[in-house]
Design a protein around this ligand. Structure first.
Ligand code: FE2
Ligand code: FE2
Length: 276
C-alpha cells in the first residue's frame, strides 16, 4: 500500500460527511455567549452514546465526584463547556470510524483517552495552553492508527507498537499514522493549529506551530510509553522529550504527578470505553 491509497480511503469515508452537521452545531453553541448549558444539553441528547460517555467522565474519580452527578444537565454544568466541546469533537470523529465494538478499537480508545488525560494534566504547568485543546488533541493524537485499522485490520494487527512502529507503518501502509491522522482531520476541517499536535506528536521539535500544545501531547505519550504498561502504547521517551522538559522547565515531580493522576483513574477510563 502507498500513501495515495490512504488518501483515497479517507476521501471515500462517507460517514465523515455527516460529522460536520452535529459537530458544527455543538461548536457553534459552545462558542456562542448567548447560549447556555440547556442549549448544549438539547444537542447532546441527540447522541445517546456521547451523552452516556459524558456522564461517565463527569462521575470518574479524576474529577472527585464519583456517582454524584445524576443527569446529563448536571454533567454539562460540572465539566464545563470547553471540555464538553472537546469531548464532542473527539467522539464524533472517532465514532464515525469503522472500528466500534472491537478489542483493537477499545484499546486504541483507552490509550487515546489516557494521553488526553495526561496532556490536560500537564496543561496546568505549561504556559498558554487550554486544557480543552490538550484533551482534544490527546484524544485524537493516534486517529491515524484507527484509519489504518479501518483500511486493513489484518495488516494493522501485525504491526507491533513496541518496536519501530513508524517504520512498520511505512512498510505496510506507505505512510506513518501521524500523516494519515493529519489527512483525516484536514478533511473534516479541523483548524491547522490543532492538527499540528497530531502531525508532530512523535517529532515535537519539528512542529512549525503550536509548540506548547505539541509538547503537552508528545510528553503525555512519552510518559505513558516510558511505563510500557500496555501493548498499544506507541511512543517512547527520546532526546526530544528531554529537550522539551528543559525548555518548559518541568520538574520530575510535575511529570510524576501528571502520570499519577491517570493511574488513579485507569479502571474508570476503561469503563468509559468498554460500554456504549
Ligand atoms: Fe502516536
Ligand atoms: Fe499514541
Amino acid at each position: 500500500m502507498r500513501e495515495s491509497d490512504v488518501k483515497s480511503y479517507i476521501a471515500g469515508m462517507n460517514d465523515l460527511s455527516t460529522i460536520p452537521i452535529l459537530l458544527a452545531k455543538i461548536i457553534r453553541t459552545c462558542n456562542d455567549p448567548n447560549s447556555g448549558p440547556q442549549d448544549i444539553f438539547n444537542l447532546i441528547t441527540y447522541d445517546p452514546a456521547l451523552a452516556e460517555r459524558i456522564m461517565r467522565i463527569a462521575n470518574s474519580v479524576f474529577f472527585g465526584h464519583s456517582g454524584e452527578i445524576k443527569n446529563l444537565y448536571q454533567a454539562i454544568m460540572f465539566l464545563g463547556i470547553e471540555r464538553i466541546k472537546s469531548l464532542a469533537l473527539g467522539m464524533t470523529v472517532l465514532n464515525a470510524l469503522p472500528t466500534k465494538g472491537t478489542t483493537t478499537a477499545t484499546n486504541l480508545w483507552v490509550h487515546s483517552y489516557e494521553v488526553a488525560y495526561v496532556a490536560s494534566s500537564l496543561a496546568k504547568y505549561i504556559p498558554r495552553l487550554l486544557t480543552g485543546d490538550c484533551f482534544l488533541c490527546g484524544l485524537l493524537h493516534d486517529v491515524g492508527r484507527i484509519v489504518f485499522f479501518g483500511m486493513n485490520p489484518e495488516k494493522f494487527r501485525q504491526l507491533s507498537a513496541s518496536d519501530g512502529i513508524l517504520e512498520q507503518e511505512r512498510a505496510a501502509f506507505g505512510c506513518e499514522h501521524m500523516v494519515s491522522g493529519m489527512m483525516l482531520l484536514d478533511k473534516i476541517g479541523m483548524p491547522h493549529e490543532l492538527i499540528a499536535p497530531i502531525r508532530y506528536h512523535h517529532t515535537p521539535l519539528a512542529s512549525p506551530e503550536s509548540p506548547n500544545l505539541v509538547a503537552a501531547v508528545a510528553l503525555a505519550e512519552a510518559l505513558l510509553g516510558l511505563r510500557k504498561s500496555r501493548p498499544e502504547e506507541d511512543g517512547g521517551w527520546s532526546n526530544e522529550h528531554d529537550a522539551l522538559v528543559k525548555q518548559l522547565n518541568l520538574s520530575e515531580n510535575i511529570l510524576e504527578a501528571a502520570y499519577d493522576e491517570l493511574i488513579d483513574s485507569r479502571s474508570e477510563i476503561e469503563g468509559i470505553f468498554t460500554s456504549a
